[in-house]
Design a protein around this ligand. Structure first.
Ligand SMILES: *[C@@H]1O[C@H](CO)[C@@H](O)[C@H](O)[C@H]1NC(C)=O
Ligand SMILES: *[C@@H]1O[C@H](CO)[C@@H](O)[C@H](O)[C@H]1NC(C)=O
Ligand SMILES: *[C@@H]1O[C@H](CO)[C@@H](O)[C@H](O)[C@H]1NC(C)=O
Ligand SMILES: *[C@@H]1O[C@H](CO)[C@@H](O)[C@H](O)[C@H]1NC(C)=O
Ligand SMILES: *[C@@H]1O[C@H](CO)[C@@H](O)[C@H](O)[C@H]1NC(C)=O
Ligand SMILES: *[C@@H]1O[C@H](CO)[C@@H](O)[C@H](O)[C@H]1NC(C)=O
Ligand SMILES: *[C@@H]1O[C@H](CO)[C@@H](O)[C@H](O)[C@H]1NC(C)=O
Ligand SMILES: *[C@@H]1O[C@H](CO)[C@@H](O)[C@H](O)[C@H]1NC(C)=O
Ligand SMILES: *[C@@H]1O[C@H](CO)[C@@H](O)[C@H](O)[C@H]1NC(C)=O
Ligand SMILES: *[C@@H]1O[C@H](CO)[C@@H](O)[C@H](O)[C@H]1NC(C)=O
Ligand SMILES: *[C@@H]1O[C@H](CO)[C@@H](O)[C@H](O)[C@H]1NC(C)=O
Length: 407
């Protein structure tokens, strides 16, 4: 009986440490070879407007390729195309792409190798006067909204590319030609990854080689009201036959993003299956300074997912999706109820989203938490074991002393 108990306790210990080691050792080793090219195949006389570019990042796997295309002709968009071939290529028919973004003027060939495509488009910046201090655009009267900034009308400054062995970073900054944007800009920074990891900068989202990250910030804009708050509208475009929903996951561990215990996954899955094919992932936090400290974090929230009837005014999306794609959108709004800090106080807000294929990356417990768990669970177990052994040994000894004379 006691023997059994001790064995049982040892098995439990074994399982606990096994699980802990499993958490520690679940490093995702999958790598892609990433190459970045600018405006593939663009030759005079075709030329893009100043500041406008099509950036193609190719992530080569063992027998597949993941293409990311970032383009700011029209509203800025990030297109993801996965193919089951290592030979697939992005082809642009430049005159047709530049003039009318004709359907089919941006392709990934051979078309038969394409397994999944999806795009994320940043369409508008909404500004509203938050007189009731709810920081909730949906609770705010329509009359409090200023006319939105349409990103398709922005003027862009030349893009900045830094490519590194491990990360490839492209930055785009644009502004509207208005007084409010005299000193302001909206910037997008795309990072494409060869392997799993996380940014040092908050929110330090976990990424893998099947995802890329967009960091968005709005800097130096003159707000139109003293109590102005902002919301960013973005849309997801995908093939028909897919459905979308926003899932929330909670964690007890906020080590990587202090005070944030939630992560949102806007997933895309086929209508007749429950396996996730693609995602956009973010944490409900924005930062009010370029180099934030803890106090500069502000929560953000998203509006419900809504179907959008028109394809967004983005050249890449209009040129790539030839068969009636599905478009859904939502707003990310910055700030919370009764938040005393408004945009005018720091004139900066930044937010980060990860886009990729397959299952969204999930934070595992950090080493610190595992140690805490191991100590927390291990100590009582050790006491039980030592106690068990002690009781066992004592029982044996008493038994021995009782039966020995008979023997
Ligand atoms: C891809 O490559 C891996 C390893 O080389 C192999 O195990 C897998 O079957 C391949 N998948 C396909 C679809 O060819
Ligand atoms: C593109 O537009 C220019 C001027 O608007 C025109 O000259 C040219 O023929 C057009 N090209 C195509 C391929 O439509
Ligand atoms: C690639 O995907 C296409 C379409 O899903 C499929 O018909 C084809 O057989 C696949 N090829 C390989 C090598 O897996
Ligand atoms: C402020 O709140 C009141 C009461 O809830 C509401 O009637 C009003 O429309 C709100 N004002 C704005 C600008 O949202
Ligand atoms: C481009 O990025 C580099 C490194 O981040 C920076 O030093 C440089 O000033 C940037 N150039 C422009 C035009 O923004
Ligand atoms: C390469 O990337 C790392 C991490 O982002 C950065 O610290 C380093 O400065 C980069 N090196 C170059 C040459 O850009
Ligand atoms: C932009 O910055 C300049 C110099 O700092 C300042 O003189 C000007 O008033 C600012 N414009 C706006 C609209 O804030
Ligand atoms: C990334 O994609 C490749 C190819 O589809 C797959 O083998 C790998 O497991 C994926 N990695 C993650 C972390 O999803
Ligand atoms: C903003 O606040 C200043 C001073 O507090 C005031 O003079 C100004 O009228 C306000 N502007 C608006 C648009 O409410
Ligand atoms: C359902 O799944 C099958 C095989 O996975 C596929 O051939 C079919 O097109 C799917 N139907 C819909 C409506 O997506
Ligand atoms: C974003 O918010 C604005 C203002 O409330 C609304 O008009 C718009 O429809 C919203 N967009 C989406 C995609 O929900």
């Amino acid at each position: 009986m006691s023997r059994f108990k001790v064995n049982f306790i040892f098995s439990v210990l074994f399982v606990v440490f096994g699980v802990a080691l499993g958490f520690l050792g679940n490093g995702d080793k999958f790598r892609r070879k990433v190459t970045v090219e600018l405006n593939p195949g663009l030759k005079p006389p075709s030329s893009l407007p100043p500041g406008v570019a099509l950036v193609h990042a190719r992530g080569l796997g063992l027998n597949d390729t993941l293409h990311f295309v970032l383009c700011n002709l029209g509203a800025p968009a990030l297109l993801l195309v996965h193919t089951n071939s290592t030979e697939s290529a992005v082809q642009v028919t430049w005159p047709a792409f530049i003039n009318r973004s004709s359907p089919g003027s941006l392709r990934v060939a051979p078309e038969s190798s394409v397994t999944y495509s999806s795009a994320l488009v940043f369409t508008r910046i909404w500004e509203y006067d938050d007189v009731n201090n709810t920081a909730d655009p949906q609770e705010t009267a329509e009359s409090s909204f200023y006319s939105p900034y349409e990103l398709q009308n922005f003027i862009w400054s030349d893009l900045n590319t830094t490519a590194n062995q491990s990360d490839h970073v492209i930055t785009l900054c644009g502004r509207e030609n208005t007084e409010s944007f005299a000193n302001g800009s909206l910037c997008l920074r795309l990072s494409v990854f060869e392997s799993a990891g996380r940014d040092r900068a908050w929110p330090s989202l976990l990424h893998n080689s099947n995802s890329s990250q967009l960091h968005v910030w709005l800097d130096g804009l003159t707000p139109r009201g003293n109590l102005s708050r902002f919301a960013l509208e973005f849309q997801s475009v995908g093939d028909s036959g897919f459905q979308g929903r926003v899932d929330v996951r909670s964690s007890i561990d906020d080590e990587y993003t202090p005070s944030i215990f939630k992560v949102f996954d806007w997933v895309s899955l086929p209508l007749n299956s429950s396996s996730v094919w693609g995602f956009s992932q973010w944490k409900p936090v924005a930062y009010r300074k370029p180099e934030p400290v803890f106090e500069d974090a502000t929560p953000c929230r998203h509006s419900p997912l809504v179907p959008v009837s028109r394809i967004p005014q983005s050249a890449a999306v209009r040129a790539y999706f030839t068969h009636e794609p599905q478009v859904r959108g939502l707003n990310i709004s910055f700030g919370v109820d009764k938040d005393p800090v408004h945009y005018s106080d720091t004139r900066h807000i930044s937010w980060t989203v990860l886009m990729g294929m397959g299952d969204p990356p999930a934070d595992s417990f950090s080493t610190l938490i595992i140690i805490i768990m191991a100590v927390g669970l291990g100590t009582p177990l050790a006491i039980i074991i030592v106690g068990g052994v002690f009781v066992c040994v004592r029982k044996r000894m008493t038994r021995a002393s009782v039966y020995e004379p008979i023997n």
